[in-house]
Design a protein. Sequence first.
Length: 187
Amino acid sequence: MVKHLASTLFGALVFAALAAPASAQDDIAQKAQVCAGCHGENGVPVDPKTIPIIWGQQSSYLYKELHDYHSGDRKNPIMAPLVKDLSLADLRKLADYFAAKTWPAGQPASPAASPPEGIAQCRLCHQPNFEGGEPAPRLAGLSYDYLVASMRAFADGTRTNNLDMPGFMKAHSEGNREAMAHYIAGL
C-alpha cells in the first residue's frame, strides 16, 4: 500500500512538473490576448498609424518598453495601466512571447529614391536594413505615421526613455525626420 501510494505520489509530481511549463506558457498566452486587442491577432496593429508592430520585435527592446511603461519612465495612458500590475518576470515572458512570433508581412510604402541625409547614423544601431538588433528595435515595416510621430516625440522631449534618441532627433529638422520616416517605412 505504501509502495503504491509512493508510486502514485511520484507520478502526480512528475505530471505536475511536466504540466507546469505548459500552464505557465498558457498563462502568458492568455495575458498576451489583451495585447492583441490593439497590436492585432496576427501581428498587424488595428491602427498602424499609432500602434507599433510587436510581433517579431527584439525581446530586449520589448522588455525595456514594457518595463518603462510599468515604472512610469515612458508615459502612455493606455499601456501604463495595462502593465502596472504585471510582475517584471511576466513582462519578460511577454517580451519573449512576442519576440518569438514572426514579423507580419506587409506592403511597404513606396520607398524614397535615395537615403535621406543623416540616415547612416541610424543604421549604426538599427542595422543596415533597419531590421533591428542589439540595442535598437526594428523600424522597417512600421508605418510612416508611427515612425514620424516617434521621431517627433524624441525631438520635442515628450518621449525621454532613451538617452541617445532625443539628441539625435533634435539634430534633424522636421523635414529631414519626415524624409527618414518615409524612407524607413518604404523598406
